[in-house]
Design a protein around this ligand. Sequence first.
Ligand code: MF3
Ligand code: CO
Length: 291
Amino acid sequence: MEKKIGKNDPCWCGSGNKYKFCHLGFDEKIEEFRRNGHKVPPRKIIKTPEQIEQIKLSCKVNIAVLDYVGEHIKAGMSTEDINRMVHEKTLQLGGIPAPLNYNGFPKSVCTSINSQVCHGIPSEKDILADGDIINVDVSTIYNGYFSDSSRMYLIGEVSEEKKKLVQVTKECLEVGLQQVKPWGFLGDMGQAINDYAKKNGYRVVREIGGHGVGLEFHEEPWVSYVSRRGREMVMAPGMIFTIEPMVNMGTDEIFIDEDDDWTVYTADGAPSAQWEIMVLVTEEGYEVLCY
Ligand code: MF3
Ligand code: CO
C-alpha cells in the first residue's frame, strides 16, 4: 500500500498540482487492479514529465553512440576496439558508460557475438570476422539519468539463416510494441514476442529479461518474454521499461562463462540475437525513447 494523501494535498508525483486534479484517478485505477489480484507498479517507477525529459537527453547520447558504432564497426576490429569507441564517444557527448564497474563489469559496453547471448566482455582477443553477427549493448548515464538500448550489426557477408534471425528478432520488438498501452499487461507484450519467435522456429531465452530504467540502470519491473497474456505487471502511464528479447536459433538453454562470470552462451552453440529498446507508456499508448 502507498501512503494515503488528502485530495487537496500536493500530488505525490511532484507536479505541484492538487492530488485530486493529478494522480487521484490514476491511483484509483491502480487500486482496482490490485484488488483484482494483479501486479501493479509502485509509485517510484512512475516518471514525471521532467524526469522523462531528462531521460530523453540520456537516450539521445545512447542513440548517438550506437550510430557511431554502426558507422565504424567492421571485420578485423576487436571487441575492445568497440569498447574504446563507446567509451570515448560517450564521454565526448557528456555521458558516463553505465556498464563500467556495474556489479564489477570491467568494460564500458557489452559485445555479444554469434552464440553469445548477452553480457559479452570486450577483449583484444575477440576479432570480428566476416559472417559474424554481433549485439552491441550500450547504456549511458547522463546528468544522473539512465538509458539502455542495443542493436545487432552484421559483419561482411552474413548467411541468410543468421540474417533472418536478426530480422525476426527485430520484428519481435515491433509485435511487442503493438501491445504496449496503458492498463494493459506486460504479459500481453511478452506473449506476443514469444508467439512470434516460435512461429518463426526460434526460442526466447527465459532466464534473462528486460527491466524498468531511467532513474536507475535496473528498476522494477523485471520484464519477461515468456510471459502470458493478461499476466504480469499492469502497464501504467509514466512507466519506462526495456523490450530486449534474446532469440535463439536452437535451444533456449543457456550457460554463463565460468571464467569471466558474465558472458552468456547458448547451450548448443547456435546463434542468438537481441535488440533492445526503451519504451514509455503514455496516456494514448507508447513512445519509443531509445532504439
Ligand atoms: N544493458 C544490459 C541490460 O540490458 C546491462 C547488463 S549489465 C552489464 O541489462 F554490467 F553487463 F552492463
Ligand atoms: Co537492458
